[in-house]
Design a protein around this ligand. Structure first.
Ligand code: NAD
Length: 499
């Protein structure tokens, strides 16, 4: 059995805790490796080494750190195929989707090449007579990132890029369900010129997460994952005096107005609802058509499109729209929620419950499902399903549709499909959600903007990537400087006052 360890001080090392977790091939259901789960002692030792390595890295000029990022971009492009293969084999997503996962991370590394510019401070010349005032942004020291299974390349890069470019050491605790790509990323960082010890990848579960949260050397923690864990990490991390940003779950609504191009909206819903088997925090899981006529027409357009979806292993190449979900437990949870939808009276108009794939009977495949006439009190509406299941909730008016998205506990992303600029503008202005698409189904902001939800989708301040990330991974120091007149003016004995 292949054994996956940690990346510590510039090399792969085996775990010493004696604890392991299974890593599946979701397409076949087989255990393909076991990953070591670090103990508190392993995490603490790797952190102590990282803190030592950070001193020199933090003092390295930002331009040199940026050059490491520049080299990293080249290496990611060089190894794109290898990374995508490793990613798909543990996660199950298709190869083009895995490349998208890597690409969206790579773009944040590209953004980080701007570190010299992004780290420039503020300067006030002559704040008082002979007095200058300036502020600089310095690394926070050792930062940690705790990341989910669903973007094994993108989210680690969203965290490590800015953290390292700002001069920090970085401890990555990736998902134990997809641990290989994060280790490959650390090896590429070394090849790009990152000194040993500055980035450590510690595989693990709750024990290593708690060790991060309690470690006094780690001063900042970035988390992405489900909301209950986000809340827990935020509470424990901040109680220990750390700066913490946590991004949680989602239930993203798409509102379809009667004037929308319904073919475009249906195509968008199928891609955004079923791509990556619905395992995206920006997936659209709720469609809200406004008016019965819009709803009937939309559902009529969705059904044939959904029935045509091709589900299969990533090895089947471009012939597959989406792959399996990540584990048998994830599949069981999705199937349970589907049964709850049926029991609560929603109409299952595309029923994928009997889906079987010949030759892959033990894989974690879930056929596509479409529920119509879902109501807001149902469990399938309230909970994040994180599978290939789309719910249609019919609204009578725009205000009712808007209110639904506003009242939902999650607020990650949302979209509106309309041809009316006034409606779109009103929607963007009033909705209490962090990322809005106008005729765009998955409004993931680009690297130089920031990514983050509202309500129970995010805890703490500052978003991921973009300028916010450089604020999160640095702290401000402000200097007031007065140089007494020197030999140019002769002696000066009076204490100068600010005027
Ligand atoms: P998860 O919460 O199960 O795991 C995330 C991380 O937390 C992993 O590294 C895991 O090892 C760790 N963890 C799990 N249980 C823990 C516990 N009890 N104590 C301490 N640490 C624990 O999430 P997941 O299933 O890997 O990812 C899917 C979730 O992530 C979905 O809810 C999805 O919406 C969310 N997500 C959110 C965003 C965003 O930006 N808002 C992006 C991607 C995924």
């Amino acid at each position: 059995m292949k054994e996956i360890g940690h990346w510590i001080n510039g090399k792969l090392v085996a775990g010493t805790s004696g604890k392991f977790a299974d890593v599946f091939n979701p397409a076949t259901g087989e255990v393909q490796a076991r990953v070591a789960l670090a103990s508190k002692a392993e995490l603490d030792a790797a952190t102590a080494d990282a803190a030592k390595a950070q001193v020199k890295w933090g003092a390295t000029n930002p331009q040199r750190r940026a050059r490491v990022m520049m080299a990293m971009v080249g290496l990611l492009n060089r190894d794109m195929d290898k990374l995508a293969e490793a990613l798909s084999s543990e996660h199950g997503k298709t190869i083009p989707d895995a490349k998208g996962d890597i690409q969206r991370g790579l773009e944040v590394i590209e953004f980080c090449i701007g570190a010299p510019h992004l780290l420039k401070g503020e300067f006030t010349d002559s704040a008082g007579p002979g007095i200058d005032m300036y502020s600089m942004r310095q690394p926070i020291g050792v930062a940690a990132g705790i990341t989910p299974f669903n973007f094994p390349a993108m989210i680690p890069m969203w965290k490590m890029g800015p953290a390292l470019a700002c001069g920090n050491a970085f401890i990555l605790k990736p998902s134990e369900r997809a641990p290989t790509v994060p280790l490959m990323l650390a090896a590429l960082m070394k090849e790009a010129g990152l000194p040993d010890g500055v980035m450590q990848v510690i595989n693990g579960d709750k024990e290593s997460v708690d060790a991060i949260l309690d470690n006094e050397t780690i001063s900042g923690v970035g988390f992405v994952g489900s909301t209950p864990i986000a809340q827990y990490i935020y509470a424990r991390g901040t109680a220990n005096g750390k700066r913490v940003q946590c991004f949680g779950g989602a239930k993203n609504h798409m509102i379809i107005m009667p004037d929308a191009d319904l073919d475009q909206a249906a195509d968008a819903l199928v891609g955004a609802g079923y791509g990556a088997a619905g395992e995206r925090c920006m997936a659209i899981s709720v469609a809200v058509p406004v008016g019965e006529k819009t709803a009937d027409a939309l559902v009529a357009k969705l059904i044939p499109r959904i029935e045509k979806l091709k589900v299969g292993p990533y090895t089947a190449g471009n012939d597959v729209d989406y792959g399996p979900v990540v584990t048998g437990a994830a599949k069981a949870n999705i199937m349970k929620l589907i049964e709850s939808g049926v029991a609560s009276g929603a109409e299952l108009v595309v029923d994928g419950r009997d889906f079987k794939l010949q030759g892959y009977e033990d894989g974690f495949f879930v056929g596509p499902h479409l529920f119509d006439k879902v109501t807001t009190d149902m469990e399938i509406y309230r909970k994040e399903i994180f599978g290939p299941v789309l719910s249609v909730v019919r609204a009578t008016t725009y205000e009712e549709a808007l209110g639904m998205a506003m009242d939902h506990e999650y607020g990650n992303g949302t979209a509106i499909y309309t041809r009316d600029g006034d409606t779109a503008r009103d929607f963007a202005a009033r909705i209490n959600v962090g990322m809005i698409g106008i005729n765009v189904p998955i409004p993931v902001p680009l690297a130089y903007h920031t990514f983050g939800g509202w309500k129970k989708s995010s805890f703490g301040d500052l978003n991921q990537h973009g300028p916010d990330s450089f604020r999160f991974y640095t702290r401000t120091k402000t200097i007031t400087a007065r140089w007494p007149s020197g030999i140019k003016e002769g002696g000066e004995f009076n204490f100068k006052q600010m005027e």
